[in-house]
Design a protein around this ligand. Structure first.
Ligand code: PLP
Length: 378
């Protein structure tokens, strides 16, 4: 058996990426923006359905930053953010000089807890500042509690930035994740469900949001013959070469989702009789996950000497990558001074949780993974 490394989330190619890239070269559109970018945006707008407006950008992080800019978040403003997430959800708050306020997860979706969200909003208002935006995340492709979270946001009239970086193709009650927020964002980083090598997008149901995002993303040039600027500009537009990769990738989005969901079933089957392990599962049919990453919780078991760290080591010994869940933002050195509302749900998920290899696995890879599981839990 060869022992090549099995990675957490490898991209898969459709084969037509290079045709679109070649077109960019043949037409000499080797720049940011261009025909591939326009076509990639059109394809995404078709995917998200009518009244969706997409701006293709150079990363998911820049999409979150521009969402804050478009919503007018300024220095000193407070922005609520799910604590359990990747740091890219929260860093753009600091780019704006704004203040992040972190909120715990709930146990069902592992995403922002609507109860602590409301407690946080009430308390911030009492302390003198109403939060200007809420960043909610569909972690690992699992939709957050859309109805409950949006009910709270609506009650206080606070816009939601829907971080759908990990959730392209996930749905809640049949509607695509990314399309629920005032502004949604996607990531096409190399490890996501589709890739443009690096890229992102901003989604809204408003043409004026799209136009504003495009304005800021392309250096905020005022309408004038000379270069005239009355707003801070950014260089955040997607490259026409990268958009070519995206066009090729869109052809296999559904296949990727299907594959990752099958991998999720493989893990459910593999851990079926192991009582120390719980594979994450959506609470009901309303929540449809793209299964970007399959995640598990590993219980501590003293007698059998079983715990998460030992399981990571068992996988690593067989050259199989797996990672703990995202470390909550309120526990990160860079964010620890900011307010946090919650208990210890995110913390305990972080202590017990593990992400497993979930993309582009061969039959041989699955066999090796299953072997580790069988040897470890004897
Ligand atoms: C990947 C990711 C981002 C950032 O996207 P990039 O394209 O890598 O900048 C933001 N939020 C979450 C939850 C992510 O997983």
């Amino acid at each position: 058996m060869d022992n090549k490394r099995i990675y957490l989330s490898l991209p898969r190619q459709s084969g037509s990426e290079q045709d679109y890239i070649q077109r960019a070269f043949e037409t000499n559109w080797i720049t940011s923006g261009g025909p591939n970018v326009k076509e990639f945006e059109d394809t995404l707008e078709m995917y998200f359905g009518e009244k969706s407006f997409i701006t293709a950008l150079n990363s998911g992080t820049s999409a979150i930053h521009l969402a804050l800019v478009v919503l007018g978040i300024k220095a000193g403003d407070e922005v609520i953010c799910q604590s359990m997430t990747f740091s890219a959800s929260a860093n753009p708050i600091l780019y704006q000089g704004a203040v992040p306020v972190f909120v715990d997860s709930e146990k069902e979706t592992w995403n922002i807890c609507p109860e602590f969200l409301e407690i946080a909003i009430e308390d911030r208002i009492k302390k003198g500042k109403k939060p200007k935006a809420i960043i909610a995340v569909h972690l690992y492709g699992n939709p957050y509690k859309i109805e409950e979270v949006h009910a709270v946001a609506d009650k206080y009239d606070i816009p939601i930035i829907e971080d759908s970086a990990e959730a392209l193709g996930s749905c809640y009650k049949g509607k695509n994740c990314g399309a629920f927020g005032t502004i949604g964002i996607l990531s096409f980083n190399g490890n996501k469900i589709i890739t443009t090598s690096s890229g992102g997008a901003l989604i809204s149901n408003s043409k004026s949001v799209k136009e504003k995002a495009l304005f800021f993303a392309t250096q905020s040039k005022d309408k004038a013959v000379h270069y005239q600027h009355s707003e801070i500009g950014y260089n955040y537009r997607m490259s026409n070469v990268c958009a070519g990769i995206g066009l090729g990738q869109m052809e296999i989005l559904e296949k990727n989702i299907q594959e990752r969901r099958e991998i999720n079933s493989f893990y459910k089957e593999s851990f079926k009789n192991i009582k120390e392990v719980t594979v994450f599962e959506n609470s009901n049919q309303d929540f449809f996950s793209n299964c970007w990453l399959t995640t598990i919780l590993v219980d501590y078991h003293n007698e059998k000497d079983i715990n998460r760290e030992k399981l990571i080591m068992a996988f690593e010994n067989e050259n199989i990558e797996c990672r703990p869940l995202w470390k909550p933002m309120h526990l990160q050195p860079i964010f620890e001074e900011y307010p946090y509302y919650g208990k210890n749900i995110a913390e305990s998920l972080f202590e017990k949780g593990l992400c497993l290899p979930s993309g582009n696995l061969s039959l041989e890879d699955k066999k090796r993974i299953k072997q580790v599981v069988e040897n470890f839990f004897v």
